[in-house]
Design a protein around this ligand. Structure first.
Ligand SMILES: Cc1cc2nc3c(=O)[nH]c(=O)nc-3n(C[C@H](O)[C@H](O)[C@H](O)COP(=O)(O)O)c2cc1C
Length: 353
């Protein structure tokens, strides 16, 4: 039995956010020096040429990344890379520090392999994240920065928020993600409205001299027509891809009492997020990053076959522990071989044909 399986019952007796903080402490220790990172890579690393993905102007050593929210403040980026994740998305980073919602705000639903969170963009702010990325350096694999707004900002202020985070962190990541899909921040306006999206993308276009890839992260709850409308705007502004999806406010398919409000992640989201990936892939050639309920090679492969060039996970990592990335990657290689694909890239969108 893996060590994490032995520790998990004790961790799961703690409040979810306390367990998360303990996990991060362990990861901070694991990622602290080159020799501890080497030890993690030795224990958990897995490489295979079939897993490499050329995308967004860079090489992803494998398609399995850490979704936004886990490493909000760039504190454990090195450790996550050393655990074998192909890339790490830092953030959501807001322009200034903010405490987020009151605790408790993170809940596990173990019988459903799910979590509900209403963290509300708690974070250290762009300046501290910048310092960390500057002094700690970047891991030897792609890093994205997910950009958000302050909870108190109105539509106009939000544009300035995105611009500020983008500007402060511009030199560091391989790509940026504009997050317009957090379901648990207090909203006074529609973040995914066409007018708002146009205003954000126009502003960031002017702030992007090196033409760094900019993606947008969308939610799973909008109707098909709105998702397709958003896709049109994304193409109009020459964005570089779409991250699909964020958490859902729906509560379908749960066996546990979902009394807490917030965004639902994990297994119950898997089907819907894969559907959104498929809808997007059927309507665009833009790269898609599939996220929602990925916790195994099979679930990662389903997103890839539906059209995702890369996948990400958060909840699956909480349930599966430090060997998650290497297990998924090993399994992916076996599934590719089984189906006669020589690489992940060849399998992208296989179910659409
Ligand atoms: C505790 C928690 C915090 C999250 N914070 C963010 C965030 O700050 N920004 C963001 O774009 N997504 C955030 N997410 C959403 C994840 O990135 C992901 O889109 C979602 O959880 C679905 O993936 P999963 O089923 O693998 O967890 C968060 C998710 C969880 C569970």
């Amino acid at each position: 039995m893996a060590l994490y399986e032995l520790l998990r019952p004790a961790l799961f007796r703690l409040p979810a956010e306390t367990a998360h903080e303990l996990g991060k402490l362990a990861l901070r220790t694991g990622g602290a020096t080159e020799s501890t990172r080497r030890a993690l890579r030795y224990a958990y690393g897995y490489e295979h040429p079939a897993l490499e993905v050329e995308l967004l102007g860079t090489t992803f050593p494998n398609p399995v990344g850490v979704a936004a929210g886990f490493d909000k403040n760039a504190e454990v980026t090195h450790a996550l890379a050393a655990l074998g994740f192909g890339f790490v998305e830092v953030g959501t980073v807001t322009p200034y520090p903010q405490p987020g919602n009151e605790r408790p705000r993170l809940f596990r639903l173990p019988a459903d392999g799910a979590m509900v969170n209403r963290m509300g963009f708690n974070g250290h702010g762009a300046e501290r994240v910048k310092d960390r990325l500057e002094t700690g350096g970047l891991p030897p694999r792609p890093v994205g920065v997910n950009v958000g707004k302050m909870n108190t900002s109105n539509a106009e202020e939000a544009i300035e928020d995105y611009r500020r985070v983008f500007d402060r962190l511009y030199p560091y990541p391989d790509y940026f993600v504009v997050n317009v899909s957090c379901p648990n921040t207090p909203e006074t306006f529609d973040q995914q409205s066409p007018e708002h999206l146009r205003a954000i993308f126009e502003t960031l276009e002017d702030e992007n001299p090196e033409e760094k890839p900019v993606l947008v992260k969308i939610g799973p709850d909008a109707p098909e027509s709105s998702i397709l409308e958003l896709l049109e705007i994304v193409e109009q502004f020459d964005l570089d891809g779409i991250v699909a999806t964020n958490t859902t406010t729906a509560r379908d398919g749960l066996t546990e009492d979902p009394r807490e409000w917030g965004g639902l992640s994990g297994k119950p989201l898997e089907g819907r997020s894969t559907e959104v990936v498929r809808l997007l892939a059927a309507n665009t050639d833009l790269p898609i990053v599939g996220v929602g309920g990925v916790d195994s090679a099979e679930s990662a492969y389903a997103k890839i076959r539906a059209g995702a060039s890369l996948v990400q996970l958060y909840t699956g990592f909480v349930y599966r522990g430090p060997s998650t990335a290497s297990e998924i990657n090993r399994g992916l290689v076996a599934l590719l071989e089984r189906d006669g694909f020589s690489s992940v890239e060849e399998a992208v969108g296989a179910d659409l044909e």
